[in-house]
Write a protein that binds this ligand. Structure first.
Ligand code: PMP
Length: 288
């Protein structure tokens, strides 16, 4: 496998970073997860824009232009003969010293890994997924804004451990006020009385690229949508519920905290969102 490291491709065995890299020492860096569908990178520009915003938020100056990173992403996919897959793009603060200060971190590191993807089984899309709410709260945006897609995912990992410990694949995380923020690696949407509702970024949600696509689809389908604070009650009494994410796409949820959602089967509106999403990924994207 070929990995893109800073200024070109190297064999995966040679793709190494320093143990003094602040990405490793402190989770000091940012990343993107991107999909390749049939030789086209889905929403590449939107991912690179979010990467730039994350970099700005953590005061990490990237020495590459968006065009350079975009070409590097495509080059990595081509070098690995991929037509469909998952791209992990990381920018770390780079090699520094043991202290927290970033003053010695002179050179950010760019790493691009393109590989095949382990998808959720089709059964999850046909029958829906059961999830729970876990005790670990989503980081307060005033402490570490969840809108920054940072390399520090410990908050999400703790929630994922709690979910898996109880036999679930995904879990709802509440924010410190008790409102629904998002899942460990996906955004949450409720459909109630024909309206689509999702938590805002200020409630602790990542501005997901798939979330944005779902909102575009809502406009296309004529489904009214809004961002709002949601309690667990709003989730429990929803007519339909779905999650969005680059890897998961659009997954119907049929049970939350042992309460069936709607009829306990994937909802009809969710089905139309998934259909539209799958049509979009087959016709949109940056060709390799
Ligand atoms: N929330 C979190 C915490 C995530 O890590 C992700 C990405 N896996 C998402 C939401 C979904 O974002 P996107 O649609 O951009 O993949």
């Amino acid at each position: 496998m070929k990995i893109y490291l800073n200024d070109g491709l190297v064999d995966s065995a040679e793709a190494k970073v320093s143990v003094f890299d602040h990405g490793l020492l402190y989770g000091d860096g940012i990343f993107e997860g991107i999909r390749l569908y049939d030789g086209c990178v889905f929403k590449l520009d939107a991912h690179l824009e979010r990467l730039e915003y994350s970099a700005k938020a953590i005061m990490l100056k990237m020495p590459w232009t968006r065009q350079q990173i975009s070409e590097a992403v495509c080059e990595t996919c081509r070098a690995n003969n991929l037509k469909d897959g998952y791209i992990r793009l990381l920018v770390t603060r780079g090699e520094g010293s043991l202290g927290l200060s970033i003053q010695n971190c002179k050179q950010p590191q760019l790493i691009i890994i393109a590989d095949t993807i382990q998808l959720y089984p089709e059964e999850f899309y046909e029958n829906g997924l059961s999830i729970i709410t876990v005790p670990t709260r989503r980081c307060n945006p005033a402490a570490l804004p969840p809108t920054v897609k940072s390399l520090n995912y410990l908050n999400n990992i703790l929630a994922k451990i709690e979910a898996q410990h109880l036999g679930y694949h995904e879990a709802i995380m509440l924010n410190d006020q008790g409102y629904v923020a998002e899942c460990t690696g996906d955004n949450v949407f409720v459909i109630h009385k024909g309206e689509l509702i999702t938590p805002s970024a200020s409630a602790g949600a990542l501005k997901g690229i798939t979330r944005d696509t779902a909102l575009e689809i809502a406009d296309e389908l004529g489904v009214p949508w809004r961002e709002a604070n949601m309690t667990r009650y709003d989730v429990w009494v929803a007519d339909e519920l779905f999650l969005t994410g680059t890897a998961a796409e659009i997954v119907p949820i049929v049970e939350v905290d042992a309460r069936p959602i709607g009829s306990g089967k994937p909802g009809a509106i969710t089905g139309r969102f998934l259909e539209s999403f799958r049509r979009r990924v087959s016709v949109e994207g940056t060709m390799l």
